[in-house]
Ligand binder design. Structure first.
Ligand code: ADP
Ligand code: MG
Length: 252
């Protein structure tokens, strides 16, 4: 499953005051099957817009997004999403939240349940099946959200600052957890963050966007072994390189 962005641009047109916002400019990106790619860039540079176009929620103004050579025009089951807000149903238990996607597909109850248990175990939440979201910590909620997405077996998983609302320590452990699952499963992941440290810790490749309109400033391959050591010289060097590029672009 290959995802490709070709000359992708997006301008939001405001028909009342005619002040248009150019959010993305000429983005080209190829994500291969099983690849973990991060997109970093300052707030407002169009990261969410880019994911929304890939997910089929938003139309490009120019250029296109392709999944296996087919243009993405509408939301579909091939693309899974995990957002910063947990977006769990508060009235459903962990089990019922994780099962949700399979209900939509009319999967028989027994199969649904078995699969949900498997995914709950994968995210390390066994014995929390019958808890409600309000009884869980932020980190646990985000793990439920990940299980709820992965159970649908999407071809590409889009993550939009998924760990943005938890404390630093929980964030680090969620990153380790995500890498663990990704290494076991080989999902194709596009991970959006404005946290460079997070991007270097997680990804095989990092795409850096400029401030708005988001253009690709730099692409960096991260050839460090997993699990990564945030304090190693190589890690720090890559982090610095990216930060320097982002800094030098500020205010443009
Ligand atoms: N639906 C919309 N209508 C008008 N402007 C929008 C819309 N969505 C996003 N924008 C604008 O596009 C720019 C990029 O937004 P966004 O993709 O959310 O950035 P990021 O996720 O990188 O912070 C921002 O200036 C934002 O205000
Ligand atoms: Mg965003």
């Amino acid at each position: 499953m290959v995802l490709e962005l070709i000359n992708l641009s997006k301008t939001f047109v405001n028909t009342t005051d005619h002040v248009n916002v150019e959010a993305l400019k000429n983005i080209n990106l190829l994500v291969n099957d099983g690849e973990f790619v991060s997109v970093v860039g300052p707030s407002g540079c169009g990261k969410t817009t880019m994911l929304r176009i890939i997910a089929g929620f938003e139309k490009a103004s120019f250029g296109k997004a392709l999944l296996n050579d087919e243009e993405i025009k509408n939301p579909g089951t091939e693309i899974g999403l995990v957002f910063q807000e947990y977006a769990l149903f508060p009235w459903r238990t962990v089990l019922e939240n994780v099962e949700f996607g399979l209900e939509l597909k009319n999967t028989p109850a027994k199969e649904r349940r078995e699969k949900a248990f498997k995914y709950i175990e994968m995210v390390g939440l066994n014995s929390f099946e019958n808890k409600y979201p309000k009884e869980l910590s932020g980190g646990m909620k985000q793990r439920v959200a990940i299980a709820r997405t992965l159970i649908n077996e999407p071809k590409v998983v889009l993550m939009d600052e998924p760990f943005g609302s938890v404390d630093a320590q929980t964030r680090n452990s969620l990153q380790e957890f995500l890498i663990d699952i990704w290494r076991k499963r080989g999902d194709t992941i596009i991970f959006v963050t404005h946290n460079v440290d997070e991007a270097v810790f997680l990804s095989q490749r990092i795409v850096c966007l400029s401030s708005r309109p988001g253009e690709v400033l730099l692409e960096v391959s991260v050839n460090l072994e997993f699990p990564r050591d945030r304090t190693s010289m190589d890690f720090v060097k890559i982090r610095r390189e990216i930060l320097e590029h982002l800094m030098s672009n500020k205010g443009n």
